[in-house]
Design a protein around this ligand. Structure first.
Ligand code: HEM
Length: 282
């Protein structure tokens, strides 16, 4: 009777560490005191917590994506393809994960959102500096986007530095030139802070790579990995736009834009336009 083992119970093991007076704990390492105390709803409405956490967790994933793309940039400069492919593939999965998270946000109804929308003031994801940095790193350059960060010198500087450095696609085009493709000089000397304009010599290089993929296998694999990122990124943009439409219809955004109409325009942009074009020419 007495030696009966309890059911539905997992006993502690004797070697499990339990004393963290001196040792670094899980919470210490991850600074969970900061991370988990950074959710401060303003409205007292139940659903605001979801709204805050989905933004904060997205910001963390976006930060990681930026970290990985910075590594990819260096790897491509050094023609170190294996590690470049690895981190680019990771970014694709980050975006698949982020796109999935719109499902959770879709449980927020228009009525739920309206209960706390006014408390957000003019704050909006449009002011996400992590997201803007990632767009710049990938190649969607737009100096006008810096304006909303003028109040924060450090952030403004970081974004301005990223705007003025070669993007992942600029680095890839330099790589094409180094590998012997005849890329127009003006593409190699372009002002990289300006929006990227599709170019015939770049398109012709990609046509060559795709037609002789065995010969140019690394460039071919790189190109397809870039298309993976663009694809995953566009899915995120689409789900964002559609979720926004589902929640606020055609109302203006808290950031002041026309809302869904403004977000739809982003769907017409491409980080790597010739890589989509090349399909037509094969
Ligand atoms: C109820 C949920 C949401 C609504 C209603 C919403 C609405 C909007 C709107 C209307 C814009 C355009 C700018 C403006 O006028 O505000 C925008 C931009 C943006 N939002 Fe959201 N959003 C939501 C959730 C999110 C989440 C969870 C993220 C994740 C970080 C996010 C990130 C962004 C980003 C990065 C932009 C800038 C996009 C660009 O420049 O193309 N949003 N949002």
């Amino acid at each position: 009777m007495t030696d009966k083992k309890p059911q539905n119970y997992r006993a502690m093991e004797k070697d499990i560490h339990t004393d963290f007076k001196q040792d670094m704990s899980y919470a210490d390492y991850l600074q969970l005191d900061k991370v988990l105390s950074a959710q401060t709803p303003l409205s007292g409405q139940h659903d605001e917590m979801l709204f805050i956490i989905i933004h904060q967790s997205s910001e963390l994933w976006i930060k990681l994506a930026g970290h990985e793309i910075s590594k990819a940039l260096t790897c491509i400069q050094q023609e170190d393809f294996g590690p470049a492919f690895k981190v680019i593939a990771r970014v694709k999965h980050i975006f698949v994960q982020l796109t999935q998270s719109w499902q959770i946000l879709s449980t927020l109804t228009p009525a739920d959102y309206l209960k706390f929308r006014d408390d957000l003031g003019h704050s909006s994801g449009f002011q996400s500096y992590g997201y803007r940095k990632l767009e710049f790193l990938l190649g969607n350059k737009n100096a006008a986007m810096l304006k909303v960060h003028a109040h924060d010198k450090a952030v403004h500087q970081e974004l301005s530095d990223t705007l003025n450095q070669k993007s992942l696609y600029d680095e890839t085009i330099h790589l094409l030139a180094r590998q012997g493709f005849n890329i127009d000089k003006e593409m190699l000397n372009r002002d990289v802070s300006q929006p990227y304009q599709a170019n015939q010599s770049v398109l012709e290089a990609w046509i060559e790579v795709y037609k002789q993929c065995d010969k140019y296998f690394e460039l071919y694999e790189l190109a397809e990995k870039l298309v993976d990122i663009e694809d995953a990124f566009q899915q995120w943009r689409f789900k964002h736009m559609y979720t926004v439409q589902r929640i606020i219809g055609n109302k203006h955004g808290t950031g002041g834009s026309s809302g869904v109409g403004f977000l739809k325009k982003a769907l017409d942009m491409s980080f790597f336009p010739e890589l989509l074009d090349v399909r037509t020419h094969l």
